[in-house]
Ligand binder design. Sequence first.
Ligand code: NDP
Ligand code: A1CAB
Length: 269
Amino acid sequence: MTQKVAVLGTGKIGEALLSGMIRAGWAPADLLVTTRRAERAEELRTRYGVDPVGNAEAAKQADTLILACKPQDMGALLDELAPHVAPDRLVISAAAGITTAFIEERLAENTPVIRVMPNTPVLVDEGMSVISAGTHASREHLTHAEDIFGAVGKTLRVPETQQDACTALSGSGPAYFYYLVEAMTDAGILLGLPRDKAHDLIVQAAIGAAVMLRDSGEHPVKLRENVTSPAGTTINAIRELENHGVRAALIAALEAARDRSRQLASGNG
Ligand SMILES: NC(=O)C1=CN([C@@H]2O[C@H](COP(=O)(O)OP(=O)(O)OC[C@H]3O[C@@H](n4cnc5c(N)ncnc54)[C@H](OP(=O)(O)O)[C@@H]3O)[C@@H](O)[C@H]2O)C=CC1
Ligand SMILES: O=C(O)[C@@H]1CCC=N1
């Protein structure tokens, strides 16, 4: 039997995932989406050729339900879904903070639930999706989740107790890099470069650095040392980063993101 997958709450991350699944070869006919607004449903139908349905219908038709609404909307979505989700369905949540226990206690007994924290680079097949099994999810369910999310990037299994930390690192992670690029482009403007050139230089430096981090096998300290010539330019920049507490700011920022993920566990915002 064909496995059908439904994305419930198809906003930014839901659409990113949907587009990746189609690129990876899923037939649009085997994919269902749900949305709150009718115009959004039509947008998705036009863009991807998928069938927008109601949440109850998605629960009936799909074998795997990916819940991709905001944590604050999860309670209401689960209340609506509960009467329609048979316990042989796999329920995957991509919501920050929401625990598998939160979902399990709102659905039929023994429903398998998996918690995943993806990130937006799934749009370019470079996602990082961190996966944890709930009480009733089997090895096969985990493999199935890895098949879906592995098609659009890397996956990593972690104990659920580490999910809030992973959300702070890789879930939110791309935003920190965009923020750095934005700030460094501003610096380029200050130094007299046109914005488009400053942007291109910083983006290519980021891509080069990312590929070296991934492929060189070197520790980031070594890679940074290789750039930092004695009495040169880089060390002057590093001294300013240290003077302004950038390392401490990053540690505090990720701790704040982790704490917010924990707060969202209540589903109340
Ligand atoms: N953005 C990211 O980088 C990441 C987000 N996440 C998680 O993904 C989830 C979604 O985030 P994001 O995509 O940014 O948010 P969006 O607001 O873009 O997407 C959420 C979507 O869910 C829809 N929705 C809400 N309630 C219902 C419902 N009852 N039935 C059908 N659709 C519903 C919303 O509709 P409407 O637009 O009409 O309100 C909206 O389109 C969050 O839980 C977040 O923690 C996880 C990893 C990364
Ligand atoms: O900001 C958020 O809450 C979501 C979760 C991880 C990335 N975006």
